[in-house]
Write a protein that binds this ligand. Sequence first.
Ligand code: M6R
Length: 613
Amino acid sequence: MCGIVAYVGQREALPIIIKGLKRLEYRGYDSAGVALLNSDGLNVYKKKGKVSDLEEHLLDQKNLKSHIGIGHTRWATHGEPNDRNAHPHYSQSENLALIHNGIIENYASIKQDLLNKGYTFNSDTDSEVFIQFIEDIKKNANCTLEEAVRLALHKVVGAYAIVIMSKEDPNLLIAARKGSPLVIGVGENEHFLASDATPIIEYTNQVVYLDDFQIAIIRDNKLQLKNIENVENTPYIHKLEMELEAIEKGGFEHFMLKEIYEQPKSIADCLRGRLDAKSGRVVLGGLRDYMNKFEHADRIVILACGTSWHAGLVAEYLFEEFARVPVEVEYASEFRYRNPVIREGDFVIAISQSGETADTLAAIELAKSKGAIIFGVCNVVGSSIPRATHAGSYTHAGPEIGVASTKAFTAQISVLTMMALMLGHRRGTITESNYMMLLNELEQIPSKVEKALKSAKLIEEISAKFKDARNFLYLGRGYNFPVALEGALKLKEISYIHAEGYPAAEMKHGPIALIDEEMPVVFIATKDSSYEKVVSNIQEVKARKGKVIAVVTEGDHDVKNMVDHVIEIPDTHEAFVPLLSVVPLQLLSYYIAVMRGCNVDQPRNLAKSVTVE
Ligand code: M6R
């Protein structure tokens, strides 16, 4: 949450920062600001609202030329979204300015000490306390800014990625992280800092990922890394593989729609080089060193949040069906505060698109402390979770910018499916012929997703009929139960319509009371082992005059004659249906949200990566 961008070098900083903030706006968008340093001094400009509101505000300002600057787009934690609470924040003397992503948990006691010393505050944020604290240390210890930052980091509790600039040193940026991401782009005589690589990729593909408790000192275009104990570390330069087009809308109205349409390619990219149906090979490089542990696992424990948790639920069905290993799927946020039982034979899988979710990271640390081996399934390369886990597989879905997760979900399921099939094959719980048939079918999924997308026009028409509904129910069974949860989540988060996902059979135990002629019910009623049962549930809803939209297997006339609207998807093996059945639900929520005038890519109150708990 919150996006950070900073620049120091030969170019003009402001356009780079503004462009970078727009790319990071998916991380938070309730206010934005920049600090620039030039002959007029160190000046902060900030505004409630989007980066475009900040841009408008900047039109009235003079002398914005600077070769160094910091910028921030905010997702409010402490203090409401307004101009005062927007970042950057000045220190008391206004000699320092700071941007911060994270939460300082002990800010209240630090603030009280500073108030007792006569400091005054212009905002309600923990971040302003942070920079005032650094300045106070610098003054009292009579030390350098770098030293003051280090001393302050020893005292603060919580999560942070910070960048600081100083009026007294026009060629210096100091950055540090703990728990919140920070990437440094290394150009020729210039450096970039950002919460992720998207603001950097256009200028350089050489990046350094800052580690927890590391401090970066960029002075006179030289990068120095030190740890919090003042020991110098050699920067390890990674080469970014990301393409610029991947982070642009490419002619689509919204990132979400682009990402929905990218799924045939993102699933193919995820399977490429790992799945070879002809030879019957599934290779996941990340598993190599832990294959023995994986193969002989007594139990698989999955940790995740939100959509990634839904992918975990699909994986529960997959691992249990194909590999006959018991699975527990845990909300990371609950797991981290229990005293969970982790045993010797457990294999833990953490799923996260961003690789930065604070609860998932904390759950990983807890499981690690209990001796577990953790395998990460993440999308963002170089993010915190892949670095905190023992091994893992990237989903290779490419940057997902729309806040509502779409292509990451299907890529996560693709990786987990390969893992389940590989495990079943190794454990001998699927026959050779079944295994070969399944691999073959999995390879067909990208083209079947392409076909599922052809219903977009029809789904748009259906959406027009239901855009004013106040509630929705999503029902599915077996592999389609997690898809029902995912469909409901998509609708809630981008259209603000209340929606609930349920296992279809649970309807009779309560939700059926909600059914009347006003209630749209989305059934996922594909031809699988629970088809007949789901059809009975559809009849129960129709008998109570509910409006039914059904996602069915192509050619299914029985359900068509029973319901108000059908959306067909291609036939596939039951275990792979979620990869297809989720597509119409993504489109349904997208079109409904657009018709309701909602900001699809940046829904209210949400941020793409939830780096606070
Ligand atoms: O980056 P992660 O996969 O760890 O994120 C987990 C959730 O925050 C995320 O899936 C969230 O629920 C999405 N907004 C869903 O569309």
